[in-house]
Design a protein around this ligand. Structure first.
Ligand code: ZN
Ligand code: ZN
Length: 287
């Protein structure tokens, strides 16, 4: 992580931190405990690093994948990862979590990519898919066919999905709200809007964080570009809104990801939200 605070250790680790046109696609992970790993998207560029990680962690038994949307820099490595989980961790399988709005599209993507039930020694389903129904107050999990699940399947670290807008060619895109070691993690995925996350915070915490000592630390991982771009946020256009947000939630740290040009982004941060004025703005770096 970059300045201003060298002691800040973000809860999420990144395989890559940049956009789909770069050689460093934004995919992340965290481990809620010794036996569990949660991936946030997986590009083919990063899946070999993910394999190495899995091999270095022999205690892993539970593997989750949160999918934000079906662009190749976010999903092109998921089928290989699912096969590799079966290979390196016999008896385990990858549980994929998506927002209900993109369930069908995700299943179609995975199954045309080869993730069907396998005969032979792998046996049965290669992956499990759970979709979280974020429509209004209907907080239900569904299986890959869309059937509501009655049993409790929500892992402890999962809070909810946050639907957003990104590309009209997709059925949808969503961010994730997560609880990692007591911190509230907001992971935007790719987004062209800031408002879904502002609304989530308002619903979850209130308009303003009234007591920074009792409210949870918040880490907000946000898709921003240095250049102006239709499908993503541009830092210069949202800087004023981000200042308001950080002023309202004093325990929040903002971590920028999925960027295009790191040099230009640093210049913009220095100009619009400089560390010298105390803005807790960081640039995500690969682990
Ligand atoms: Zn992307
Ligand atoms: Zn995208």
């Amino acid at each position: 992580m970059s300045e201003p605070c060298k002691t800040f250790e973000p809860k999420l680790k990144f395989f890559g931190t940049m956009n789909g046109a770069s050689g460093s696609h934004t995919n992340a992970f965290f481990c809620p405990d010794d036996e569990t790993i949660v991936f946030l998207d997986m590009s083919l560029l990063n899946v070999y690093a993910a394999d190495d990680l899995i091999r270095m962690m022999p205690n892993l038994r539970r593997y989750y994948m949160c999918v934000t949307h079906n662009h190749y820099d976010h999903v092109s490595g998921i089928d290989k990862l699912a096969f590799d989980v079966r290979l390196y961790s016999p008896g385990s399988s990858l549980t994929i979590i998506v927002d209900e709005r993109i369930r069908e599209e995700t299943v179609m993507h995975l199954e045309t990519g080869g993730l069907r039930s396998l005969p032979g020694h792998y046996g049965g389903e290669v992956y499990e898919l759970l979709s979280f129904d974020s429509y209004r107050s209907a907080y239900t999990f569904r299986d890959k066919s869309g059937k509501p699940l009655s049993r409790m399947v929500s892992p402890e670290w999962f809070v909810k999905t946050i639907p957003t807008s990104h590309s009209l060619r997709l059925s949808g895109a969503s961010g994730f709200a997560l609880n990692v070691d007591g911190s509230l993690i907001i992971y935007s995925g790719d987004t062209s809007q800031l408002s879904p996350y502002v609304e989530f915070l308002r619903d979850e915490i209130g308009d303003e964080q009234r007591n920074a000592r009792i409210d949870p630390p918040i880490e907000f991982y946000l898709d921003v570009m240095a250049r102006k771009e239709e499908l993503h946020l541009s830092f210069s256009e949202v800087a004023e809104d981000l200042k308001c947000l950080l002023a309202s939630y004093p325990t929040m740290k903002l971590i920028l990801m999925h960027y295009d040009e790191v040099g230009k982004l640093k210049q913009l941060i220095e100009k619009l939200m400089p560390a010298s004025q105390g803005w807790p703005v960081y640039i995500a770096k690969p682990f």
